[in-house]
Ligand binder design. Structure first.
Ligand code: DXP
Ligand SMILES: NCC(=O)COP(=O)(O)O
Length: 241
């Protein structure tokens, strides 16, 4: 069964808008865990516009489920943060510093040597490494050659196309997932997954281990409350609800 890792970036966005500690990022993470989430994801960005580096230390010290830190390992500060906090998983995302949000996966062919080195560094510290990739079998196959444990499929394309033609939207992801399974890579997915498109994705992607969901989930919680929201997302993954 695919596990739900709640991305709490948007809790930090709200907190930072007023300069105090409301809402409290750590308390929100602990609440997600109480409501059944199996992991917490953060994606600290160099300008700390949402998750701050200090948040990551607090989270690592107190949460009981897996911490997944996403970000650009070309930033020295990010590498230091990961090595200092030792999360269960690091997800390598090739973002530029000023990017609004993630919008592409790694070119694992072009950057194979770099990715090999950085995977070895993190894996040497016992951290599971996942590489964020577009749903392209060639990128998945080359990711297997870097020593990574998993790939995370970038799902914005699926989410955008879902309402028009979901069979067509899911097709490249099924192909990429099969390639990952063949190559012996674990499979994660994320970006713009929501209560409409998650169940279908989960039901059609072979071997899906984890989804990380933030923007839609935290937005839904404004209407439904965090407990009900986490439960509804979990139900999409278990066939319930
Ligand atoms: C890698 C990925 O798809 C997510 O981490 C997403 O980029 C969230 O980051 P923001 O919350 O900064 O948009
Ligand atoms: N890795 C994807 C993630 O953590 C959350 O992305 P989104 O749900 O905020 O688009």
């Amino acid at each position: 069964m695919a596990r739900l890792s709640v991305n709490i970036n948007k809790i930090a966005t709200l907190r930072n808008s007023r300069g105090g500690n409301n809402p409290d990022v750590l308390q929100a993470a602990l609440a997600c865990e109480r409501f059944g989430a199996q992991g917490i994801t953060v994606h600290p960005r160099p300008d700390e516009r949402h998750i701050r580096y200090k948040d990551v230390f607090d989270l690592k010290a107190h949460i009981r489920t897996e911490l997944n830190i996403e970000g650009n390992s070309r930033e020295e500060k990010f590498v230091r943060l990961v090595l200092d906090t030792l999360p269960a998983q690091v997800t390598l995302v090739p973002d530029d510093p000023g990017q609004l949000t993630s919008n592409h996966g790694w070119d694992t062919i072009k950057h194979r040597d770099y990715l090999r080195d950085i995977c070895a560094l993190f894996k040497g510290e016992g951290i599971r490494v996942s590489i964020f990739v577009d749903p392209d079998p060639k990128m998945v196959a080359a990711a297997a050659d870097t020593g990574a444990d998993r790939v995370e499929l970038y799902t914005e394309g699926y989410a955008r196309a879902y309402h028009g033609n979901r069979e067509q939207a899911i097709a490249p992801y099924v192909e990429a997932a099969n390639e990952a399974l063949e190559a012996g890579l674990g499979l994660n997915a994320g970006h713009d997954l929501d209560l409409h498109n998650l169940r279908y994705f989960n039901e059609h992607i072979p071997g899906l281990l984890e989804v990380s969901i933030g923007h839609a989930l935290i937005s839904d919680a404004l209407y439904l409350g965090l407990e009900e929201t986490v439960k509804r997302y979990l139900a999409q993954l278990t066939g319930g609800g």
